[in-house]
Design a protein around this ligand. Sequence first.
Ligand SMILES: *Cc1c(COP(=O)(O)O)cnc(C)c1O
Length: 353
Amino acid sequence: MRHNFGAGPCILPQEVFKQASQAVLDFKDGLSILEISHRTAEFEAVVDETTRLIKELMNVPSGYSVVLLQGGASLQFSMVPMNLLPEGGTAAYLETGVWAKKAIKEVAPFGKANIVASSKEANFTYLPKDYTIPEDSAYFHVTSNNTIYGTELFDFPQTNVPVVSDMSSDIMSRVIDVSKFGLIYAGAQKNIGPAGVTIAIVKDDILGKSGRKLPSMLDYQVHIEGGSMYNTPPVFSIYVAMLNLRWLKSKGGVAEIEKENIAKARALYAEIDRNPLFKGTCAVEDRSRMNVCFVMENPELEKSFLKFADENGVEGIKGHRSVGGFRASIYNALPITSVHTLVELMQVFAEKH
Ligand SMILES: *Cc1c(COP(=O)(O)O)cnc(C)c1O
């Protein structure tokens, strides 16, 4: 058995893979999920259930719409300013890593990005805490979990400015209060489902204020009115996401998975802090519960630990090239037994060296 610590696309529950493969062969009367019309009642039911499960699992209040989009989180980097930023307006951004930087870059065609704080000077190993969000910002954009650097925001700022959050890598891993946000978006492939579908949760009253004419496909309102069916949606990705959301609900929902995620992260960070060969790369208070980044005191041993881990069934722990070392992604579907396996391997390796 392989323990999949990959950062994304990533592990989903085995039972979801089994159900998904069954639907490829026979979804309805011997027809595959891949060959039926998205306008059938059966597939419309899939979109409805997926949307309902997102609302239920995240406790989305009224006044918000949930839409299923394409183009990944990366297209949201553009859709957010396009839809929310008036001509000549300014949006506030927190610069906390590669994904935040990419989001900031996409503002330029539509207005100005005001970087209110950055941790660039420390290679994004912590989250800036002291900053002010100007009241006249069209919105404030933050990356809730920095997948590459392994930091996670636990206290969102209090502000009257609509908060927009890229939650691609920690959505539904912990309870959040949706009513504090103007817009939440997430590519599905880290905690929700396969690549190809992107979730957006939009507060209805923040739309329609940019004064900009938008291409239909890039307009949240068009997708909301179309019920995520303005054009052919990514049918298979949505179906698998629905299966995974059902799994999450059967586990007791986000509050229950959060407890498991806390236990997994504690176990792994405890070993990193205890084991003399390893050390964490981020400020302790900002450590992510989804992407655990660490290095070795002696970098020359890193190759050999990676090989040792691989030989013992641990997959996907090589760190991102901009950080080096290791990154163990411990998303919702990763069982705590896999974390225990990694911890044991770290202990055995330390005894040998
Ligand atoms: C993976 C990731 C992205 C990029 O998502 P795509 O779907 O590939 O565009 C953006 N933001 C965060 C935080 C991510 O983890």
